[in-house]
Design a binder for this molecule. Structure first.
Ligand code: ARE
Ligand code: CA
Length: 477
């Protein structure tokens, strides 16, 4: 439950927010597998309400557990899981079982089912009013009973202490396990009693050995529990059950790279910052909520809209040995309700891929930015090494080694970094994987000569496109 079940040598998953299953299958084969990504978090897979103007958030309003959404149907989902597992990329499903849809006239789902949320009737499961908590509103996060038993933004709140409810949830989740998924993001876990979650998790099937998992492997569980401090519910109530989202990481890394904290303080990044222990902490720079002002993290959260700082924050998250990281991959948006790009206002459009790996057609594809995918490769190469030779200039220029496997430097000051630093790498010429990458025996970006003493002259000018410099044993020319 704590192990992501990644293929060996891989470390980092990406959230392909609102992508279609066929597109994800192709992305596993064409890009994610070859670039070393470990997994994909996919948007909710079960039938959701069809909302006016098709906002992204309709997918968090379940109508049934039929596997048909705007991302595709059951057969397309199964095909994606198979194809991704075949190239060493695991699939994690965002599962929504705290609640069903909120009240809405003529409620209709993406698989064609009808429901009457107002009377808590969801015949396609089926659920009826006795399967839900009595209606009340969550307006006080200092009251744990209210947070668990009342309705989050009006979403009809399931009672997971009922065996009928548990059995329906388990039928759904075990079906996904049998189809080959490696684990789950548990949506709104904070709003479910930990004791009920425990009962449900204990009844999960083992992972499907026909998809390459070792016999007896347990599904990876990462639970969405927002705890920035000062509320009744603590993230530590969930750490015995699985990994937990660390929203403080998102808020803090944004604040640092926006200039609200000096980079030199990053030297003790981890529990000293109030974060969960590394093996319990699921970390990210932004997520699908807080990149658009929903959820938690506040105005410091960095997104693709602040590209230079965003790439620096992701590079630090991936370079530093803390937590289980997830890269966000977005569609472009101007308003917080806007759904994914469509071909006709309803059907989701596929991303368009450009020669430089980037996407268009309304998709941002942060995971295809060289500075991000090359740092995923960096994390893979330096895994199981330690931070050594921390250097800083007393303000916003820092550098460190990962044993003798990799070296990274950051400049968030408004003046140049240009100095001799210890890289801990064997002598040779190395290609910076941020400004370019190794292409055959040449480097498309900056290269640097490491001397026999491990030192090299490192330069990151303040006006460069990127404030990061990174080399590793695999980028030696
Ligand atoms: C939508 C509309 C609402 C409407 C509702 C019902 O926006 O106006 O009332 O539908 O018709 C997402 C969207 C919601 C959306 C919902 C359902 O963000 O806007 O509502 O889908 O369509 C809390 C929870 C946390 C939750 C965040 C958003 O604790 O679990 O709020 N995050 C997850 C998902 C979301 C999703 C849901 C849960 C629901 O990641 O994408 O909602 O499935 C403090 C607290 C936090 C709290 C935060 C915000 O920081 O500590 O616990 O997070 O405030 O309230
Ligand atoms: Ca609840």
């Amino acid at each position: 439950q704590f192990n992501p079940n990644y293929a060996s040598g891989r470390t980092t998953m990406v959230h392909l927010f609102e992508w279609k299953w066929n597109d994800i299958a192709a992305e596993c084969e064409n890009f994610l597998g070859p670039k070393g990504y470990a997994g994909v978090q996919v948007s909710p897979v079960n039938e959701n309400i069809v909302a006016n103007n098709r906002p992204w958030w309709e997918r968090y309003q379940p109508i049934s557990y039929l596997l048909t959404t705007r991302s595709g149907n059951e057969q397309q989902f199964a095909n994606m899981v198979r194809r991704c597992n075949d190239v060493g990329v695991r699939i994690y499903v965002d599962v929504v079982f705290n609640h069903m849809a909120a009240d809405r006239a003529n409620a209709r789902g993406t698989a064609g089912s009808t429901a009457n949320p107002g009377s808590k009737s969801f015949p396609a499961v089926p659920y009826s009013s006795t399967d839900f908590h009595t209606t009340c509103t969550i307006n006080n996060y200092n009251d744990a009973n209210q947070v668990r038993n009342c309705e989050l933004v009006g979403l009809k709140d399931l009672d997971q202490s009922k065996s009928w409810v548990r059995d329906r949830i388990l039928d759904f989740l075990n079906k996904l396990i049998n189809l080959g998924v490696a684990g789950f993001r548990v949506d709104a876990a904070k709003h479910v009693w930990p004791s009920d979650l425990k009962t449900i998790y204990n009844r999960f099937n083992n992972l499907n050995t026909q998809h390459g998992f070792a016999a007896g492997s347990r599904p990876f569980i990462y639970q969405e529990v927002v705890d920035l401090g000062g509320e009744a519910i603590s993230k530590y109530e969930y750490t015995d059950l699985g990994v937990v989202t660390e929203f403080l990481h998102s808020a803090s890394i944004g604040k640092v790279f926006r200039g609200g904290d000096q980079l030199r303080w990053l030297t003790n990044w981890g529990t000293a910052w109030g974060f969960l222990p590394s093996t319990s902490a699921f970390v990210f720079v932004d997520n699908h909520d807080n990149q658009r002002g929903h959820g938690a993290g506040g105005s410091d959260v960095l997104t693709y809209k602040n590209a230079k700082q965003y790439k620096m924050a992701n590079a630090f998250m991936l370079a530093y040995p803390f937590g289980i990281p997830r890269v966000m991959s977005s569609f472009a948006f101007d308003n917080t309700d806007q759904g994914p790009p469509t071909s006709d206002g309803n059907n989701i459009a596929s991303p368009i891929f450009n020669a430089d790996n980037s996407c268009s057609g309304g998709w941002v594809c942060e995971h295809r930015w060289r500075q991000i995918y090359n740092m995923v490769g960096f994390r893979n190469i330096v895994s199981n090494t330690n931070v050594q030779n921390w250097w800083d200039n007393g303000s916003n220029q820092i550098a460190f080694c990962r044993d003798n496997k990799g070296f990274v430097a950051f400049n968030n000051d408004n003046y140049d970094l240009n100095t001799s630093l210890q890289t801990c790498l064997p002598a040779g010429t190395y290609c910076d994987i941020i400004s370019g990458e190794k292409s055959g025996s040449t480097c498309t970006g900056k290269s640097v000569v490491v001397g026999s003493d491990g030192r090299a002259n490192i330069s990151i000018r303040q006006n460069e496109n990127d404030g990061v410099f990174a080399i590793h044993v695999g980028s030696k020319l």
